[in-house]
Design a binder for this molecule. Structure first.
Ligand code: IPE
Ligand code: IPE
Ligand code: MG
Length: 248
């Protein structure tokens, strides 16, 4: 898709719509997408990775400030070895491409999750992607890889416990802000909107703490079929919702 096509899509957007500052997406349904076509699950992951690029660049185009995508959970290691290995190969390929691709949109790429579990080669690529994009000024893209919210909270708890033990802080200093500042998403606003395609009504260990007041949108479409028009429609629905945060 040419950059002009994408820019003209932006022009179609209603300027009066209040955009979510931070969107989270659970990129689910790749396997079912492939099965429907009689293809191996890995073909669904390839189609999903392609859509990740399209949707990411579209979010950047329309002015989203933060996008967090769930690419691989701490529980996804349970899958058959050939599927996990196909995913790892795909991550490498897409990170290489993302390094150049997202440069034109000035996207800052960050990774959330325990990346130490990946191969040295993939870890090197992750570090290089983060370092090369750190000085950019555009949308922040968090790619959740080997991410699990419970794991993130255990990690934060250990970091805080160590600070209390060493006397850096006292237990009275522990409050919501302190906990937030020890999560992978430290310094970023909580997601306003989380979208889950593929029709599943669950959170699957994604941003449990951060999603305390997030709006949820579930769509039946499988992730590789989830289009920029579907995203526009979700953003419009988000804009119509009345967020009260416990008030009246
Ligand atoms: C999401 O699609 C991708 C990952 C979890 C890595 P799935 O692979 O979960 O697809 P379904 O849910 O089986 O259709
Ligand atoms: C959530 O999808 C994780 C990602 C999309 C990366 P899953 O397919 O792993 O979640 P469950 O098993 O349906 O809850
Ligand atoms: Mg799934």
């Amino acid at each position: 898709m040419s950059i002009f096509t994408r820019r003209s899509k932006k022009a179609r957007k209603d300027d009066s719509v209040v955009l979510p500052e931070h969107i989270g997406i659970i990129m689910d349904g790749n396997g079912r997408w492939a099965k429907k076509r009689g293809l191996p699950r890995s073909a669904g992951h390839t189609a999903g990775a392609k859509n990740f690029r399209t949707i990411t660049r579209y979010c950047s185009d329309i002015g989203i400030k933060y996008l967090t995508v769930y690419a691989f959970s701490t529980e996804n290691w349970k899958r058959p070895a050939d599927e996990v290995s196909a995913l790892m190969t795909l991550f490498k390929q897409y990170l290489e491409e993302a390094l150049t691709d997202f440069k034109y949109d000035s996207i800052v790429v960050r990774f959330i999750g325990d990346t130490s579990a990946f191969s040295p080669e993939l870890q090197e690529l992750i570090q290089r992607t983060e370092a090369e994009s750190a000085s950019r000024t555009g949308m922040v893209l968090n790619i959740a890889m080997n991410y699990g919210s419970r794991d993130e909270l255990v990690r934060a708890t250990k970091l805080i416990a160590e600070k209390v033990r060493s006397g850096d802080i006292s237990s009275d200093d522990i409050n919501e802000e302190l906990i937030s500042s020890h999560l992978y998403t430290a310094g970023q606003p909580d997601p306003d909107l989380i979208i889950r395609p593929s029709g599943e009504y669950r959170i699957s260990n994604f941003l449990l703490w951060q999603a305390a007041y997030t709006e949820f949108i579930i769509r039946d479409k499988l992730w590789p079929d989830f289009s920029t028009d579907d995203l526009d429609e979700a953003i419009n629905e988000f804009a119509r919702r009345n967020r009260r945060f416990g008030g009246v």
